[in-house]
Design a protein around this ligand. Structure first.
Ligand SMILES: CC(C)(COP(=O)(O)OP(=O)(O)OC[C@H]1O[C@@H](n2cnc3c(N)ncnc32)[C@H](O)[C@@H]1OP(=O)(O)O)[C@@H](O)C(=O)NCCC(=O)NCCS
Length: 433
């Protein structure tokens, strides 16, 4: 079967608000999603909405306001015809990169011509997850902390992706853990220093600030007018109260002027430990924040885009998903990217630009070193430490932000990649059109 060439035409997103306490804390996520989707369609008037076949929505935590299928719900509210199909997908943090992959792959085999990948997440009520004790999941599954030798020991092809073995203190550690603990584990395994992590975070904010001032993000951000959340004394939102009208137009995690001196004053995240008996170094400053947000990208066959006279951002040419130890989930982008590069038929040194989801500074630094990709090519407009990371929404953002940066800089090949909570990575390779 001859594969069709598939292109990323355009992408937009809401600003990423602070999870549970930011500008979207009292706002329905479906309303935001409809605004984002309509903005994407309004920017592409050459596309008749009747030609959209599929909406895929990535989401991790479940969003109460999405009745049934989120994609169906959003499409109907946005006024799309009944003929548009939808699916929801969870691959944890990789969810909306997964929805993008599925649509792109369906177009490649000729089963679909036009689709929209979306991601939506409200993180306010979500952290704690697998590591939290005393809930219905943990009480009934006490043996989930046990490991068989097969699960404990390294995979036989470990050396194909990684330069060093995983220390015993990590292999023997609990596989059920918080994401911040996985970041400390990676820092311990690679002997990273606090200065490296904080330095990376300072750069993320600096680059984001410069890109914002240069207008780079104006092209993807869809401002949203809403009611300011009214907070109770205990930090919860009082949904019976109506706050004043506000325009949420910028990512709320960004802190202008972030510097080494202030970051050095922040203590380690509560609850993490060092199995390697090293300094605790994961802080609110060198981690991504928690966020609420929605993303969307328009994908179609290259032939369709040409026929409609659309100018795509980039061609989607490679996919990869790979598993790693849950204790070191931040390294998932290493084998996932190797797979995606092989799938695309290119090598790491051919990449000009990388959008790497900065879940934690601690995982980006060693992952890029393992792949031999210099940090100068990575997140040149800042990353999730500054922008934010609304779990299931991030994958679609990474891919369309990469497409726009490739177009801006004249890059030939680009990589979007992210780690995934259960112990995986996911990667997409783009090529200029
Ligand atoms: C790390 C984490 C626990 C911190 O939570 P938090 O304490 O609510 O974080 P905040 O953003 O409120 O930061 C706390 C304080 O640190 C300080 N701080 C954070 N970033 C800073 C920066 N860049 N410069 C200066 N101070 C900063 C501030 O004093 C801030 O308090 P303030 O907002 O009242 O000024 C949380 O953001 C988290 O869990 N992140 C990871 C999410 C995750 O796992 N995602 C999935 C990845 S796979």
């Amino acid at each position: 079967m001859e594969l069709q060439s598939v292109v990323l035409v355009d992408g937009v997103r809401s600003p990423f608000a602070k999870g549970g306490r930011g500008g979207f804390a009292a706002t329905r996520l479906d309303d935001i999603a409809v605004t984002v989707l309509k903005a994407l369609l309004a920017r592409n008037p050459k596309l008749d909405p009747n030609e959209i076949e599929e909406i895929g929505v990535g989401n991790v935590g479940g969003v109460a306001e999405f009745a049934g299928l989120a994609g169906n719900h959003i499409g109907r509210l946005a006024g799309l015809p009944e003929s548009v199909c939808s699916f929801d997908v969870s691959r944890q943090c990789g969810s909306s990169m997964e929805s993008l992959h599925r649509i792109a792959q369906s177009i490649m085999v000729g089963a679909t011509e036009v689709g929209i990948s979306m991601g939506a997440e409200r993180m306010g009520r979500q952290l704690g997850g697998a590591a939290a004790e005393g809930n219905r999941i943990t009480e009934f599954n006490t043996d989930r902390h046990d490991m068989t030798p097969l699960q404990r020991n390294m995979a036989s092809d470990h050396a194909a992706s990684f330069s060093q073995p995983i220390p015993d203190f990590i292999l023997d550690s609990d596989p059920v853990l918080s994401m911040t603990q996985t970041a400390q584990n990676v820092a311990d395994t690679y002997n990273l220093t606090r200065e490296q992590l904080d330095g990376f975070a300072v750069e993320s904010h600096r680059k984001y600030g410069e890109a914002l001032a240069a207008g780079f993000y104006d092209d993807e951000l869809v401002p949203y007018e809403t009611e300011k959340p009214v907070m109770n004394d205990d930090g919860s939102v009082d949904l019976s109260q109506h706050g004043e009208k506000i325009l949420v137009s910028q990512d709320e995690g960004y802190r202008a002027g972030t510097n080494m001196e202030t970051l050095a004053t922040l203590g380690p995240v509560k609850g993490i430990k060092s199995y390697g008996d090293r300094d605790l170094m994961i802080t609110a400053g060198n981690s991504c924040p928690t966020n609420d947000g929605v993303t969307a990208a328009l994908i179609m066959s290259e032939a369709k885009a040409k026929g409609l006279g659309l100018e795509p951002l980039a061609r989607i040419i490679g996919f990869g998903v790979a598993g790693v130890k849950p204790q070191l989930m931040g390294l998932g982008p290493v084998p996932a990217t190797r797979k995606a590069l092989a799938n695309a038929g290119i090598t790491a040194d051919q990449l000009d630009r990388v959008e790497f989801n900065e879940a934690f500074a601690a995982q980006v630094i060693p992952s890029m070193a393992e792949l031999g990709i210099p940090l100068e090519k990575v997140n040149v407009n800042g990353g999730s430490v500054a922008i934010g990371h609304p779990l299931g929404a991030t994958g679609t953002r990474l891919v369309h932000t990469l497409g726009r940066e490739m177009k801006r800089s004249g890059a030939k090949y680009g990589l979007a990649t992210q780690c995934i909570g259960a112990g995986m990575g996911i990667s997409t390779i783009l090529e200029s059109v």
